[in-house]
Ligand binder design. Structure first.
Ligand code: AMP
Length: 285
C-alpha cells in the first residue's frame, strides 16, 4: 500500500489510474479503525480494481465544544490494517494541505442537514460535505463507500453527489456491530466499563421499536416514549434525540409508514453515540 500526503501527487496518481481504465473506489475515514471501517474497505475492493482510503480528522466538521483535540488516533495501526485488507492507496493529508491559507469555499446541503444530528450540530454537515467534495476531486473515484451507521451522512452525501452531478456511485454498507449489538464506533473507545454497558440501550431501543411495530403499534409518540423510558433506565444516559422519520427526507413521521427510520443520539457520560434502524411495517397488522 502506498501512502500519499500531497493533494497534487494524489490527483496525478488518480489521473494515471483512470487513464489506464481502472475502476477506482474510495473510502473516506477519520481513522482509528474498527471492523466497520474494514468492512467498508472489503466492499470497496469487491466493487473496484483500485481502493483508496483517506484518513483525515476534519476540523471543519467539529463544533467548538466537540472532541477534535481528543479524537482517538492510531495512524500506524490503521495503515497496517488497511494494508492487510488489500487497500492500494492511503491518502493522509495534513490540515494545512487540505485547508491552505485563503481557503473559503463551503458545500452545503440545505434541508437534509436540518434534521436529526443537524439540530445539535448545526455546522457539522457543511464540514462533511465540503471535505468529501474536496476528497472526491482529489481521488476521482468511480464509487465511494459509506456506512449506514451514519445514516444522515450517507443521505446528505448521496444528495450532494446527485445535485452536483458528481458521477460517483455512493454505496451504503450496513452497520457492523459488536457481538452484544453495540454499533462499532471509534468513539466507543471513550466509554468507561459502566458506560459501555449503558451503550447497549441504543440497539435495545431499535429492537424494542421493531417489536412494538411488529405487535401492531403505529403511533410514533408511543414508541418514542417507550424508548425514552428504556434509555433513561440505563445509568449515565442523556437523550439527544429519538426520532421516527422518513428514511428519504428525514422528516418526522407521526405514524409508522411502510418504511420508517428510527434514529437515535444518546450521550453516555460525555460520549455522544448514534445508531439507527429501519422499521418495516408488517402489512397484515
Ligand atoms: P469515521 O471514521 O467515523 O468518519 O467513519 C468512516 C466511515 O465508516 C463512515 O462512512 C462511517 O459511516 C463508517 N462506519 C463507522 N462505523 C461503522 C460501523 N459500525 N459499521 C459500518 N460502517 C461504519
Amino acid at each position: 500500500m502506498e501512502v500519499i500526503t500531497g493533494v497534487r501527487k494524489m490527483q496525478q496518481k488518480a489521473e494515471e489510474l483512470r487513464l489506464s481504465r481502472k475502476i477506482l473506489s474510495f473510502v473516506p475515514t477519520m481513522g482509528f479503525f474498527h471492523e466497520g471501517h474494514l468492512e467498508l474497505m472489503r466492499v470497496a475492493k469487491r466493487h473496484s480494481d483500485v481502493v483508496t482510503i483517506s484518513i483525515f480528522v476534519n476540523p471543519m466538521q467539529f463544533g467548538p465544544a466537540e472532541d477534535l483535540s481528543t479524537y482517538p488516533r492510531d495512524l500506524e495501526g490503521d495503515l497496517s490494517n488497511a494494508g492487510q485488507e488489500g487497500v492500494d492507496f492511503a491518502f493522509v493529508p495534513s490540515v494545512k494541505e487540505l485547508y491552505p491559507e485563503g481557503f473559503e469555499t463551503k458545500v452545503s446541503v440545505e434541508k437534509l442537514t436540518k434534521h436529526l444530528c443537524g439540530l445539535q450540530r448545526p455546522t457539522h454537515f457543511d464540514g462533511v460535505t465540503t471535505v468529501v467534495a474536496k476528497l472526491f476531486n482529489i481521488i476521482k473515484p468511480h464509487l465511494a463507500v459509506f456506512g449506514q451507521k451514519d445514516f444522515q451522512q450517507l443521505a446528505v452525501i448521496s444528495r450532494m453527489a446527485e445535485d452536483l452531478n458528481m458521477d460517483i456511485r455512493i454505496v451504503g454498507v450496513p452497520t457492523v456491530r459488536e457481538a452484544d449489538g453495540v454499533a462499532m464506533s471509534s468513539r466507543n473507545a471513550y466509554l468507561s466499563p459502566e458506560g459501555r454497558k449503558s451503550a447497549l440501550c441504543l440497539k435495545k431501543s431499535i429492537d424494542l421499536a421493531r417489536e412494538m411495530v411488529h405487535q401492531g403499534e403505529r403511533k410514533s409518540d408511543r414508541i418514542i416514549k417507550a424508548i425514552e423510558n428504556l434509555i433513561l433506565g440505563h445509568p449515565y444516559t442523556q437523550i439527544d434525540y429519538v426520532t421516527l422519520c422518513d428514511p428519504v427526507t428525514l422528516e418526522d413521521l407521526e405514524t409508522v409508514a411502510a418504511e420508517t427510520l428510527l434514529a437515535l443520539a444518546v450521550k453516555v457520560g460525555k460520549t455522544r453515540l448514534i445508531d439507527n434502524g429501519l422499521l418495516v411495517r408488517d402489512e397484515k397488522k
